[in-house]
Design a protein around this ligand. Sequence first.
Ligand SMILES: Nc1ncnc2c1ncn2[C@@H]1O[C@H](COP(=O)(O)OP(=O)(O)O)[C@@H](O)[C@H]1O
Ligand SMILES: [Mg+2]
Length: 245
Amino acid sequence: MSTTSRPVIQIDSLSFKYPDGTVALRDVSFRVNEGECVGVVGPNGAGKSTLLFHLNGLLRGRGSVVVDGLEVSEQTLKAIRKRVGIVFQDPDDQLFSATVADDIAFGPLSMRLPRDEVDARVGQALKEAGLDGQGGKAPHHLSFGQKKKAALAAILAMRPKIIALDEPTSNMDPRSRRAFLRLIESLDATKVISTHDIDSVLDLCGRVLLLDSGELIADGEARAILGDRRLMESHGLEVPSMLRS
Ligand SMILES: Nc1ncnc2c1ncn2[C@@H]1O[C@H](COP(=O)(O)OP(=O)(O)O)[C@@H](O)[C@H]1O
Ligand SMILES: [Mg+2]
């Protein structure tokens, strides 16, 4: 999908503190345009997951988060969750039903769609995620790579405009990783991807946000940021092999 200049995510002066007092986001502001793929990188504990969880109101901080023109608040939560799907790092956090098909149906059913529409969406999501014929399986009988696909399918069935993926390639073997990356690439939605897998960001995203200690350190063109050795190393990261000279 081509990018337009319409922002679908607008975050202004977002700060967040966990109940134990840990400050996880400090005055973060950025915009994401429709159709963009934005990588969020940073060392462990930088605030990447915390930031993603603000996109659909799973966490709510100080400042403002506006998605598709709607400010995240108690009143808009339902509408926001139709628009933004988050694929968790651990697929076991997302799969809890007896079968894969039930897990995928869960979102569309909670949107109160009619049963035939739900079934059609389950079928299509299975297909899009490369899980054709696997709908009747128990999630705990799937391989890790298949679980990741099932978790993504559960999000796709809600047809969100924005998909946030938290560490999508962590713990994957090289073949599953490549397959999952191609799958992510094929999605039309606006994407925000937090990851340690810097090569995958380079592959998928034109733009990168660099977070450290809850602060947005850099926001710009992926190659410029990921190829900046001083910047990357001063935040505990490495320049991807493709950009090393
Ligand atoms: N539930 C929680 N309670 C308290 N502190 C937390 C919680 N979750 C994360 N943190 C802290 O918030 C900061 C940001 O964490 P996180 O968003 O998970 O970072 P990242 O995803 O970049 O590794 C870290 O200091 C982490 O220890
Ligand atoms: Mg994280």
